[in-house]
Design a protein around this ligand. Structure first.
Ligand code: ADP
Ligand code: MG
Length: 242
């Protein structure tokens, strides 16, 4: 049962990988929830299980046991076809290494998530151009990934994640390959989009300064949650001044 406001509910989730005869417990026993419109950050050192958890929540992998509910739907039980439809409809994803298709232009990369949605080609192109203008790349519409800086490529990645107006955006170390100035720009841009549209964002990082953008910080160590901190700055601070 989902409580009002809860959008993502994780119950007793465990993920064990088998490598040869070895078992790797990536997630031991994880339970918590994320509210609609919340920015939630998973913080932990390398190998602690952050990406595994994010991939399970985004439906890219299945838990070994436990359940994951999004919008009241148990996604951990869906078959491939259902889950990929669910992802197309509700989820955007931003990667550390951008994951843009090298042969495609910025516009074509951003238009991709709209392909299977019954939207005409001309309106897909129009929407992706508009989204690229919003991320400040109006003059780079025809550029291919190799013709752009890391920061510009990640702006394309952000445009692609937000173009379909998903309810939840996932980001795995989105600024991991960027310098500190570009990191601030990229984080600021993602937060602006999320707050403007009251979207939910789930973010993975090993960097405490990135975690400061979040409403909720979930500390992960060796496949377990060790601490959850709520609302230390960001939204609450802003709300109080309104
Ligand atoms: P983080 O993102 O916090 O660095 P990961 O979730 O990637 O951590 O990994 C958690 C643990 O699970 C690590 O010990 C890692 O080696 C292991 N792991 C992750 N993915 C796989 C996989 N596909 N096969 C085997 N082991 C994996
Ligand atoms: Mg990782």
């Amino acid at each position: 049962m989902i409580k009002i406001g809860e959008q993502v509910v994780i119950k007793n989730v465990r993920k064990v990988y088998r490598v040869g005869s070895e078992k790797v417990v990536a997630l031991d026993d994880v339970s918590f929830s994320i509210d609609e419109g919340e920015v939630c950050c998973f913080l932990g050192t390398s190998g602690s299980g952050k990406s595994t958890l994010l991939n399970l929540l985004a439906g890219l992998e299945k838990p070994t046991s436990g359940t994951i509910e999004i919008n009241g739907k148990v996604i951990s039980k869906m078959n491939e076809k259902k889950i990929s439809k669910f992802r197309q409809k509700h989820i955007g994803f931003i990667f550390q290494s951008y994951n843009l298709l090298p042969a495609l232009t910025a516009v074509e990369n951003v238009a991709l998530p709209l392909t299977f949605r019954g939207i005409t080609k001309s309106s897909r192109i129009k929407r992706s151009k508009d989204q690229l203008k919003k991320v400040g790349l109006g003059k780079h519409l025809k550029h291919k990934p190799t013709q752009m800086s890391g920061g510009q490529q990640q702006r394309v990645g952000i445009a692609r994640a937000f173009v379909s107006n998903p309810e939840i955006v996932f980001a795995d170390e989105p600024t991991g390959n960027l310098d500190s100035k570009t990191t601030k720009e990229i984080m600021g841009m993602m937060m602006e989009f999320v707050r403007e549209n009251n979207r939910t964002m789930i973010l993975v990082t090993h960097d405490k300064t990135i975690a400061e953008y979040a409403d909720k910080v979930v500390y992960i160590l060796d496949g377990n949650i060790v601490k959850i901190e709520e609302n230390r700055n960001g939204r609450n601070t802003k709300d109080e001044t309104q």
